[in-house]
Design a protein around this ligand. Sequence first.
Ligand SMILES: [Fe+2]
Length: 266
Amino acid sequence: MPTAAPLRIVQITDLHLKSTPGSRLWGVDVDASLSTVLARIQARHPQPDFLLVTGDLVGDEPEAYGRVREFLEPLGVPVYCLPGNHDFPARMAQTLRHGLVRWQRSLIAGGWQIVLLDSSVPGTPEGHLAYGELALLDTALVMHPELPALVCLHHNPVPTATPWLDTMTVSNGEALFAVLDRYPQVRAVVWGHIHAEFSARRGAVQLLATPATCMQFKPNTPEPQLDDLPPGYRWFELYPDGQLATGVERIEPTSRPLGLTRRVPA
Ligand SMILES: [Fe+2]
C-alpha cells in the first residue's frame, strides 16, 4: 500500500447552471442539486487540494458564469475548469481568467501533472480535439515524463454503449490515444458529458466518467432517458509513486431534488 500523502482531488461535472436561480433542467432544479452535491463533498472530503470541473458549467447561458463562481468560491480551494458543449469558451476564458475558480490548461501538484483539454466545438454538441489541444497535451507530457499524468476533458473519447451519446464521442479519439500511447506516465483519462458513471481500461490507462451534479442519463438506451440514480461526484487520491485511487459517491436518494420525469426529448 502507498504510504506518502496523496493529492486529494474531487471532480464534479455538468452543472448546467442558468442565469436565473432555481432553473430546472428536465425537471431537476440544477441549483438545489449542485448545492446538495457540494454539501456532500464538504462533509465527506472537507479539504481536497482542489476541484476539477469537466465541462457544461453553464447550460447555454453565458451570463451564468458569475453564478458558477458564486457556488464554487465558498469552497475555499482552487477549482480548475474546462469547457463542455453547453459552455461558451470565449466567455469562460474571460470570466474565469483569475481567482479560485478558473479555466486552467495544465498544472503540476503533488508530484502529478494534470492536463485539461477543450473538446468542445462551438455551435455543435459534438466532441473534437483540435490540433492545438493535441499539441498542448503532447507538449505537457513530453516536458514531464517523470510525473504521472491525469488527462481531463468533457466528451467521452471512447463509446460508452449508449448509442445516442456515442454519436458525440470525441470524433478524433484515435488521435488522442496516439498521443497518450507515447507517454507511459499517463495513468487515467477522465471526462463528464454522459451524466453517468463509467469505467474501463485501455492498457495501463484508466478511462473514467463521472455522474453529473444534476440529472442522470440511463446507460444502454437508444435515446435520452433519465436514470433514477441521484447526482454525484468522483474523488481521486493521486500518490507520488503514480498509484491512483478513485471512486464515485452520490448524494442520498432522499436528498435528491424531486421532479424527475422518466423520459426526455432528444
Ligand atoms: Fe452535460
